[in-house]
Design a protein. Structure first.
Length: 241
């Protein structure tokens, strides 16, 4: 079994090159029979499963076409934490908990999957915001408002996040590796795959564990391909329109 891992595409419209590259990754996985794992922030914002925009409809349709051919797994990120069961039903994807242990017979060892933001514990304001946004009470309150109210809230939160991150040192917005080590020990894993930080790379931890960091899709796209016990981090061009 081969697998493809991606995250942090931050898709906003089905009319831009990033979306076409996403469709190409889906098609390639279908052609090769790859399982797909999307580890958060597939979209820049998800305002609810009742989103009636052309973008939301296109995304649901494309995921459904793909999931009918290969397994597609989706994890919540810090931008798309409002996926609910309706989204899973309409797209055919499997919603994953964060973190999630990938424990398959064809893998030599268990692999921990996560979005990654839970390990940015040096960023205390962000961790407080994350706790609020992940609470069922806050989410239910937001989902009870109108679509237009949610769109306006999303615009406001994006601007706040952008201004806040511009003032933070880089080390504050990165993961704390001691938190990664604790999580790996907790789940009896030696390898973790995550996104969120927009710092793609492969890191060897002091205890011999390995950390694969997926890149965000901006000027280029990133994916991690796994075949048997080999993981390969790949960068590819996003072709302009």
């Amino acid at each position: 079994m081969s697998r493809v891992f991606i995250s942090d595409l931050h898709l906003e419209t089905n009319k831009d090159p990033k979306y076409k590259s996403f469709q190409a990754v889906l098609q390639s996985a279908c052609d090769k029979g790859d399982e797909i794992y999307i580890l958060g922030d597939l979209v820049d914002v998800w305002i609810g499963d009742d989103d009636d925009s052309n973008f939301a409809k296109a995304l649901v349709d494309d995921l459904l076409v793909c999931s009918r051919q290969v397994p597609v797994h989706v994890m919540h990120g810090n931008r798309d934490f409002l996926y609910r069961e309706e989204f899973a039903d309409r797209t055919g994807v499997v919603l994953l908990s964060d973190p999630f242990v990938l424990d398959c017979d064809d893998l030599p060892e268990r692999v921990l999957l996560a979005h990654g933001d839970a390990y940015c514990t040096s960023d205390i304001p962000y961790m407080r915001m994350r706790e609020l946004f992940r609470s069922s009470e806050w989410q239910n309150q937001i989902l009870s408002s109108t679509l237009e109210e949610r769109r306006e809230l999303a615009r406001s939160l994006r601007e706040q996040s952008k201004r806040s991150n511009e003032l933070k040192a880089e080390n504050i917005t990165d993961v704390v590796e001691s938190e990664i080590s604790k999580e790996l020990d907790l789940h009896d894993c030696k390898t973790i795959i995550h996104g969120h930080t927009h710092r793609p790379g492969i890191h060897q931890l002091h205890d011999g564990s390995k950390r694969f960091v997926l890149g965000d899709w901006d000027f280029c796209g990133w994916r991690l391909r796994q075949q048997e016990s080999v993981f390969r981090l790949e960068r590819f061009a996003i072709q302009p329109n």
